[in-house]
Ligand binder design. Structure first.
Ligand SMILES: Nc1nc2c(ncn2[C@@H]2O[C@H](COP(=O)(O)OP(=O)(O)OP(=O)(O)O)[C@@H](O)[C@H]2O)c(=O)[nH]1
Length: 649
């Protein structure tokens, strides 16, 4: 039924307060988007009916639960009842009232299967009305929890962490029904994907009962710790030159190779790029003088092994940069101090801001800012201070803590202040701080979620030398040993790990934080795609086509409305998706709902939205797996929002 409005007395300001920036306003003169409002109204009327009904049902369930008193039971029944309530909740969430669950549990004598049948059948009958979207039956681990054990608390995630930048406050979320199967393997048949219980996949006792943390300490305690550092910044800021020179000065590139680069670049009249050629290896990159894909190399400091990820600065290659940033623990932001160049990278829609926001949104919180090419301004302290001042306040807004950000004056081309204390008198007259290698040495090693279930994101797939094929990517959480069984992507096909390689060395086990290659057997290569997630057979990753996320909208030219198509970036995955519901606008710092069901989302707004993909994807809630609960939304080559997954449908 459509809603009738008394339009004559309607206060349009209230009605469209979330759309103010898009409304025609004679005072503002130039905007004329009134057509958008009239078009958008039609879409809203249709969705509104459904959402109102949904909300009403939710409200009813909530009121019902609030007024409900638990029956008095003996200790045994009380325990059975709470176990039933927990299990049912893990399947149906908050959509069914406490009263209904308790009454049904008692009616069916705590038989969980019957209780679920009764409740789910009831819900299906109730919702047997046309829906706006086709429901894709997707196996989701969380929906058929068999184990009687309670879900484990989400390890290493503190919701009390101070909120910064794009992180929007939220009320404490219950952990999702992830089953910890590590210590309680269930010996049943393999690979039945129509049944999705975590306990359906059989793994060896060795795999299910090992202590990952102990193994890690045994294997790695005498080794240097390893971090991945991404180098970001506006095109031509000098990232590749800086990294190439750093690699040369630390002895990771031989004099012979450097001489070859020097001669070849000279022949092409591109000698200034000789250090950049260390990382820009393809003919096209060298001919065009730009980085196109993430170049990778490594250096060793006194205490660390650092994998350098040299990201492309050009806006056309931001998807590659995002994919690189998902592998990074820390970042170096390179800015060009040349007059006019810093400004075009920072102020005029350049990539300095976008890159910094992207890496922060992807969970990187330690940032070394390199004020590069300071040789072009005669090592001017005034220019250095001017740039630092501008960046400091922006980075704070973007969510970096002041204590996690450093500023270092450098010249990638001359090598000044890279690996040795500054020598240039024009610089030493005012600077006596750290050189770049020292900054890298001082990055803190992030905590690795080693004792959590395995999650590895696939960033590349290729044919190996022997049987099977290889995938490479980063172990986000948990560990893998040779001969382990793993589940592959959304198809949840089971595969066996035949071999593991890290930095071209064969390994018997690898851990969270490692960038590795795995040879897999027993799985169809067609079921693996870049961006898919490899997970633990006993605690598979949820697979879904629809989820809710808390997002912060960046600067957008067109408001985000219901049905808005976007490209969803999740780890290395890039998947078309649609914003299918605008649940609420929320306050950035308190996380409180400002307005339910807003008509649209404008620049710098925060909101709870639902996203739908056409194909099933593997995703986690941020509260459960921080590493896999972050998303990025892009449209036409522009990043429009970043967010965190709050609910998986
Ligand atoms: N004067 C001066 N020029 C530099 C310095 N660092 C780099 N350049 C020059 O700046 C140009 C671009 O350098 P690159 O290292 O390719 O820049 P980039 O940031 O890696 O470029 P993309 O990866 O394509 O974004 C080259 O001509 C370099 O020689 C520096 O410290 N001083």
């Amino acid at each position: 039924m459509s809603r009738h409005r008394i339009v004559r007395t309607m206060d349009y300001k209230d009605e469209y307060d979330d759309a103010q920036q898009w409304l025609y306003d004679r005072e503002r003169g130039r905007q004329s988007i009134s057509t958008f409002i009239s078009k958008n109204k039609d879409i809203k009327e249709e969705g509104e009916h459904d959402e109102d009904a949904e909300d009403e049902a939710y409200e009813k369930a909530r009121r019902d639960s609030e007024s409900f008193q638990m029956p008095e039971l003996n200790e045994m029944d009380q325990a059975k009842l709470s176990s039933c309530v927990d299990e049912v909740r893990s399947v149906v969430g908050d959509t069914v009232s406490e009263r209904r669950i308790v009454e049904t549990s008692m009616k069916f004598d705590y038989d969980i299967q019957k209780i679920l049948d009764e409740i789910l059948n009831g819900e299906i009958k109730k919702s047997a009305k046309p829906t706006l979207r086709p429901k894709v039956p997707v196996p989701i681990a969380a929906t058929t929890v068999k184990s009687a054990s309670k879900p484990p608390p989400p390890a290493k995630i503190s919701l009390k962490e101070p909120r910064r930048g794009f992180e929007i406050a939220s009320p404490k979320l219950p952990s999702s029904p992830v089953v910890s199967g590590r210590n309680s393997p269930v010996e049943v048949g393999e690979g039945d994907l129509s049944r999705t219980s975590a306990s359906l996949f059989k793994v060896s006792k060795d795999q299910s009962q090992r202590n990952a943390q102990q193994l890690y300490e045994k294997e790695r305690s005498d080794q240097k710790s390893h971090i991945h550092m991404i180098v970001i910044g506006h095109v031509d800021a000098g990232k590749s030159t800086l990294m190439g020179h750093l690699l040369y000065d630390t002895g990771n590139v031989s004099q012979r190779v450097m001489h070859k680069h020097e001669q070849e670049s000279k022949k092409l009249g591109k000698q200034s790029f000789m250090y950049a050629w260390v990382l820009d290896e393809t003919g096209e990159e060298r001919a065009r003088g730009i980085t196109m894909d993430v170049g990778q190399s490594r250096i060793e400091t006194k205490t660390k092994i650092v994998t350098l990820l040299d990201a492309p600065g050009h806006k056309d290659f931001i998807p590659n940069m995002i994919s690189g940033a998902t592998q990074a623990d820390v970042a170096l932001l390179v800015v060009d101090a040349t007059r006019g160049e810093f400004e075009s990278g920072f102020e005029l829609g350049g990539q300095t801001r976008e890159h910094a926001i992207l890496v922060r949104s992807l969970g990187v919180n330690q940032l070394g800012v390199v004020i590069n090419k300071l040789d072009t301004v005669g090592w001017s302290q005034q220019r250095f201070t001017e740039i630092v001042t501008k960046l400091k306040s922006f980075l704070k807004q973007a969510g970096f803590k002041e204590s996690d950000v450093s500023f270092t004056p450098c010249s990638g081309l001359t090598g000044e202040n890279l690996t040795k204390t500054a020598q240039e008198t024009a610089l030493t007259s005012w600077y006596s701080g750290r050189h770049l290698l020292d900054v890298i040495e001082n990055f803190k090693i992030p905590e690795r979620a080693i004792d959590r279930p395995l999650r590895m994101s696939v960033s590349d797939i290729y044919k190996g030398t022997g049987s099977g094929f290889c995938i490479s990517g980063r172990v986000e959480t948990g560990m893998i040993c040779v001969n382990d069984k793993v589940l592959v992507g959304a198809s949840r096909e089971q595969a066996q790990v035949k071999s593991l390689t890290m930095d071209e060395f064969t390994q018997t086990s690898v851990f969270a934080g490692d960038q590795i290659s795995v040879t897999l057997a027993g799985v169809d290569i067609n079921n693996i795609t870049v961006g898919c997630i490899i997970s633990d057979p006993q605690t598979p990753i949820p697979v879904t086509t629809r989820f809710q996320a808390r997002i912060i909208v960046f600067s957008v030219k067109v408001p985000i409305t219901m049905g808005f198509p976007v490209l969803l970036h999740h780890q290395s995955l890039i998947e078309p998706a649609v914003v299918c519901k605008l649940t609420a606008s929320i306050h950035k710092s308190t996380g409180e709902v400002v307005k339910k069901k807003p008509r649209c989302l404008g620049s710098n707004s925060c909101a709870l939205v639902e996203l739908e993909t056409s194909r099933p994807i593997c995703i986690e809630r941020y509260a459960d797996f921080k590493e896999l609960g972050r998303i990025m939304l892009r449209v036409a080559g522009v990043t429009i929002a970043a967010g965190m997954v709050t609910k998986i449908r």
